[in-house]
Write a protein that binds this ligand. Structure first.
Ligand SMILES: Nc1ncnc2c1ncn2[C@@H]1O[C@H](COP(=O)(O)OP(=O)(O)OP(=O)(O)O)[C@@H](O)[C@H]1O
Length: 234
């Protein structure tokens, strides 16, 4: 289980995440929602050990071990993967090269190239294309595929639906639900309220670096006026 308690994190003198607490239980999909600039990316970068930002105080615990101070590589070794905002692909590397950076193409255990190509047939067709030649949707699929190749138990996804056509968003939602069936946990940062409610078990809302509301998706579905107000959705 991931447990974040009273996290403060920021850039230089600016504290952006200001006392946020959240937990993700095994096999659970948790959505973190909030308007632009509220600190969601800062929050998940802090969990992954990516700098900036710098964690100032609070605790981040994964299966009883503290993650604070560990490098992203060590955190990935503990089976936590990230699908970063903006995808962060390499323009000159092919689809296959991205997927096999951390795991051999011949690997037989866990997630393999064939399995990734099975859930994303489009990536199989584009296996020799370079990062810089891919469409927005293909880049999104590749970022998810690359995260799966570390055989994660928890995936942190930063706005994976950003820039995707509605049909692709639905595909992604079904993949996230399939991952949960396999026991994976997902922390999903989303701007798309409906996409988040479609897949998440529980939802947290962040405002100016603090969690101001949380509950099950069902509870949230019954209080859409609160959500609309908090998220500025009309
Ligand atoms: N590298 C940085 N240096 C300084 N300030 C930053 C940096 N990255 C983000 N910030 C500031 O931190 C605040 C929160 O940004 P963050 O990206 O965490 O928000 P967010 O909720 O993920 O928003 P979005 O949905 O727009 O990505 C913003 O005011 C932003 O300007």
């Amino acid at each position: 289980m991931l447990e974040v308690k009273d996290l403060h994190s920021g850039y230089g003198d600016a504290i952006v995440v200001r006392g946020a607490s959240l937990e993700v239980r095994p096999g659970e999909i948790v959505a973190l929602l909030g308007r632009n600039g509220m600190g969601k990316t800062t929050f998940i970068r802090s969990i992954m050990g990516l700098t900036p930002p710098q964690v100032r105080s609070g605790t981040i615990t994964w299966r009883s071990d503290s993650l604070i101070g560990l490098r992203p590589h060590d955190i990935a070794n503990r089976k936590i993967a990230i699908v970063p905002q903006g995808r962060r692909l390499f323009p000159s590397l092919t689809v296959t090269e991205h997927l096999t950076m951390l795991k051999s193409a011949r690997a037989k255990d866990g997630w393999t190239l064939d399995r990734i190509f099975g859930i994303f047939p489009r990536l199989a067709e584009r296996r020799y294309h370079r990062g810089g030649q891919l469409s927005g949707g293909e880049r999104g699929m590749l970022a998810v595929g690359r995260a799966l190749m570390i055989d994660p138990e928890l995936i942190l996804m930063d706005e994976p639906s950003e820039g995707l056509a509605p049909v692709m968003v639905q595909h992604l939602e079904s993949i996230i639900l399939d991952l949960r069936k396999e026991g994976l946990s997902v922390l999903l940062v989303e701007q798309n309220l409906y996409s988040a409610l479609a897949v998440a078990d529980r939802v947290y809302i962040m405002e100016t670096g603090q969690i101001v509301h949380h509950g099950t998706s069902q509870e949230m579905n019954e209080q859409t006026d609160v959500l609309f107000q908090r998220l500025g959705v009309h």
